[in-house]
Design a protein around this ligand. Structure first.
Ligand code: AR6
Length: 331
């Protein structure tokens, strides 16, 4: 099941459980801890007082009270000193223990802040790497929807070299595309225009053959058919594919069950990434759903960059898309 990165105040998340970056007293504090206690109300503190604190790297659960979630999982991240005091292990353990508690309490969805990355001073990039790695490992064997919630847009940065490399790539290509080519690419990405081109071609064929039925009988394989074929060709199981694509199982079932399913562009790309398709194959799959990759579009250029560099990790791509303020891949 998927991991989403979202920009939101965690106290507004309508999920089964939210995770609190607490301190070992569990009696409240600043940062996200303060926000959660304020939004949940006094009863949360009263319950916390009965828990007897919590050691670093561990987690405890309470009710959500006035919050829209059922539970609050309180975990205690490590204070960052120099990275040699077991900080990474403690931080990873926060995610593992919190997810285990969420599972024990039957939660289908859970939202995390980036633990230890505020008052406790953990470098954000490293904290993000540990968070996504631990959550991904859990999601390989468990059905849960997990959100990593950032209060601010640029609460973290992707690797600085990658950021500037992507920035250069986008700028170079934008400059290199002559206005006419840019317009064509844009047209191919525009739903209405695509329909118009499609109609014109159909009309030509129709007038030549005068056999509409013949034309329709030659209809190409659909997106859904192509997807299922490619999954088989790669020897993947369905679940391997939709998990790698960060796509919800229910959405995958819909696509599997409807030969004419019309997916969104990010969904098609998510599957192309999961299947590790080349740029050409990605283009073919996009075309099945009426889309194309355009050099006039930042989202498309970022996708193109990663495919060209053979990077098929959806979480890495989503981090870059997030940093450039673009929609994320997956359902
Ligand atoms: N929603 C989502 N994320 C938030 C929110 C929010 N409402 N508020 C802050 N963040 P921190 P820590 C982000 O300092 O580093 C407390 O006093 C924030 O931008 O809350 O684990 C406790 O009592 C940052 O990225 O937690 C402890 O004493 C992330 O949440 C201590 O701070 C974590 O920042 C724990 O420090």
């Amino acid at each position: 099941m998927p991991l989403y990165i979202v920009k939101q105040d965690i106290t507004k998340m309508e999920v089964d459980a939210i995770v609190n970056a607490a301190n070992s007293s569990l009696l409240g504090g600043g940062g996200v801890d303060g926000c959660i206690h304020r939004a949940a109300g006094r009863k949360l503190l009263e319950e916390c007082k009965t828990l007897g604190g919590c050691p670093t790297g561990d987690a405890k659960i309470t009710k959500g009270y006035n919050l829209p979630c059922k539970f609050v999982i309180h975990t205690v991240g490590p204070r960052y000193t120099d990275g040699t005091k077991g900080e990474a292990e403690y931080l990873r353990s926060c995610y593992e223990k919190s997810l285990a508690l969420a599972k024990e309490y039957g939660c289908g969805s859970v939202a995390f802040p980036l633990i230890s990355s505020g008052v406790y001073g953990y470098p954000k990039d490293e904290a993000l790497f540990i968070a996504t790695d631990a959550i991904k490992a859990f999601l390989r064997d468990n059905d849960m929807t997990v959100y990593l919630v950032f209060i601010k847009k640029f609460d973290y940065k992707i690797d600085e070299d990658l950021y500037w490399e992507l920035d250069d790539y986008i700028t170079c290509i934008e400059k290199a595309v002559p206005p006419c080519a840019a317009n064509c690419a844009e047209s191919a990405d525009d739903d209405d225009t695509f329909d118009m081109i499609f109609c014109r071609e159909s009309m030509d064929v129709f007038s030549e053959d005068s056999e509409l039925e013949t034309v329709i009988a030659c209809i190409d394989e659909s997106f859904s058919q192509m997807l299922l074929r490619k999954i088989d060709e790669r020897g993947m199981s369905d679940s391997e594919c939709y998990k790698k694509a960060n796509i919800d199982r229910k959405l995958f079932s819909k696509i599997r069950g409807d030969v004419n399913y019309r997916p969104s562009k990010p969904t098609v790309i998510a599957f192309a990434i999961a299947l590790e398709l080349s740029l050409e194959e990605t283009g073919e799959m996009l075309l099945k759903a009426g889309f194309a990759l355009s050099h006039s579009n930042k989202f498309d250029l970022i996708i193109e960059y990663f495919i060209k560099h053979g990077v098929y990790d959806i979480y890495e791509i989503n981090k870059a898309l997030f940093a450039f303020d673009q929609n994320l891949l997956g359902a």
